[in-house]
Write a protein that binds this ligand. Structure first.
Ligand code: ATP
Ligand code: MG
Length: 441
């Protein structure tokens, strides 16, 4: 039957059969972040549009072309309408929340992580969606390159734990406003000579922010950018020393990397360190993680001057890479017991026992369809229940039933009275133990 409307272009549904893949990544991300001292932060899906204009930057693709913005009635009648935007990324919202709630006045560094949906009006293709998901981490307060190394180590550790070994780390430094002035001048001179060949957007970038041209997706502009001056030749002493320390710290931790002077990142707020983790395994959209330092952002958003840095990982791209690599996903929880029943009294008893076991944390099912015994057992098989019990008049009368191990066919007599939960859990422990032994053998 046709549905009245399909999902919006560039969005995805995650069905129950594959949600364990998402949970594998999300849980591993949360656990890894917590080992590194990062705590979860949650913030709204939409923010005032000006937050993204100010942080991500007016000259970026994200702000110029990709934002989903709505104009909504003002809270106070008569005032100008308010402009909201669905978050295209997490750094701005996390920083806004940290400043607004006084988090940055507490002991530094403050370290937060988030798992969020983001929205960008882009051309959908493999690894590029209009609603996508990010695992992000941000650290506020440290100017030191050891913080950059720690943040990169967190991303690397998560990739390792997910089994993604074929992902390469590229780092660069894009300097501070001080060193960038000289660099902008050199870039302008270079691109000015070839202005006739640049795309219209890059012509505008040439005036407002020439570094953005390096990030243009047009093959012609990319070709021209190939021989452009590189920022590393223009770093001031401080930025240069910072970059050297980062390289040493990464080497100390055994994290291998390459330097790519062409990485400038698509968002305006970055300073000094920028980095990307890239895989060749999933086609053109191979950047699974991008991040860097943004020492001016907190102040730009109204907070006290405070250095900060972070990264975001695209969860869809991580999943694609994992599938490609044949990585293991944590399997969905298995049904421990199906309690089948014959007749209304038995169905009611089954519901009570089911409820009791569920309250103890077991995964138990019983009939809610009013079906006969045969289709109930078929269903129990289909959902892969470890054990089954069949309740009928006889079982209700004697207070005992047969617990059947569905894999071995073995049957055990158990009480369905007072000691039901204890007897069932003993049987389940034995089964889990044997199952484990079998997998070891
Ligand atoms: P790209 O160059 O691929 O457009 P970006 O520089 O715009 O990436 P960031 O803003 O740094 O990306 O976002 C961090 C990560 O989020 C990216 O490395 C990528 O894994 C993921 N990501 C960004 N945009 C999308 C999208 N439209 N669909 C799916 N994942 C995305
Ligand atoms: Mg992009």
């Amino acid at each position: 039957m046709p549905v009245i409307t399909n999902r919006p272009y560039g969005t995805k549904d995650v069905l129950p059969a594959e949600v364990n893949k998402w949970q594998t990544v999300e849980r591993c991300a949360a656990e890894t972040a917590e080992c590194f001292g990062f705590k979860e932060i949650r913030f709204p899906t939409f923010e005032n549009t000006m937050l993204f204009k100010r942080s991500v930057g007016d000259t970026t693709d994200v702000v110029q072309k990709e934002m989903y913005t709505v104009t909504a009635k003002s809270r106070d009648n008569g005032k100008d309408p308010e402009d909201f935007t669905l978050r295209p990324e997490g750094t701005a919202g996390a920083a806004r929340a940290a400043i607004e709630n006084g988090l940055l006045n507490e002991a530094l560094p403050q370290k937060v992580y988030y798992i969020i949906s983001c929205f960008r009006h882009e051309k959908p293709q493999a690894g590029r969606l209009r609603e996508f998901h990010q695992f992000g981490a941000e650290m506020y307060g440290s100017p030191d390159a050891s913080a950059d190394a720690e943040v990169i180590a967190l991303a690397k550790s998560l990739l390792d734990r997910l089994g993604l070994t074929n992902v390469e780390l590229f780092i660069n430094s894009i300097g501070c406003p001080k060193c960038r002035a000289g660099y902008h001048k050199a870039l302008k001179e270079y691109f000015e000579k070839r202005r006739d060949e640049l795309c219209p957007t890059c012509l505008d970038r040439l005036e407002r922010n020439p570094m953005r041209i390096l990030d243009c997706k047009s093959p012609i502009c990319q070709g021209i950018a190939k021989d452009a001056p590189v920022i590393l030749d223009y770093l001031c002493d401080e930025c240069s020393a910072h970059f050297e320390k980062l390289k040493r710290s990464l080497a100390d931790m055994g994290i291998s990397f390459s330097i790519d002077p062409k990485i400038v990142r698509g968002l305006d707020y970055y300073t000094k360190t920028v980095f990307e983790f890239i895989t060749k395994d999933i086609g053109a959209q191979g950047t699974v993680c991008g991040g860097g330092r943004y020492d001016g952002l907190v102040e730009e958003l109204g907070g006290a001057p405070l250095p900060a840095l972070g990264f975001a990982m695209g969860i869809e791209r991580i999943l694609m890479t994992m599938e490609n690599a044949g990585s293991e996903f944590v399997p969905a929880k298995k049904c421990d017991l199906y309690i089948a029943s014959m007749g209304e009294a038995a169905q009611r008893k089954a519901a009570v026992l089911t409820n009791q076991l569920r309250a103890e944390g077991y995964f138990v099912e019983s009939d809610v369809m009013g079906r006969g015994l045969k289709p109930q057992m078929k269903y129990a098989n289909k959902i892969g229940a470890t054990f089954t019990i069949v309740l009928g008049d006889n079982e209700l009368e004697t207070g005992r039933a047969k617990l059947k191990n569905m894999a071995s066919g073995e049957q055990t007599d158990i009480s369905i009275g007072e000691s039901f939960i204890d007897e069932f859990s003993n049987n389940l422990i034995v089964e889990m133990f044997e199952d484990k032994l079998n997998t070891i053998e």
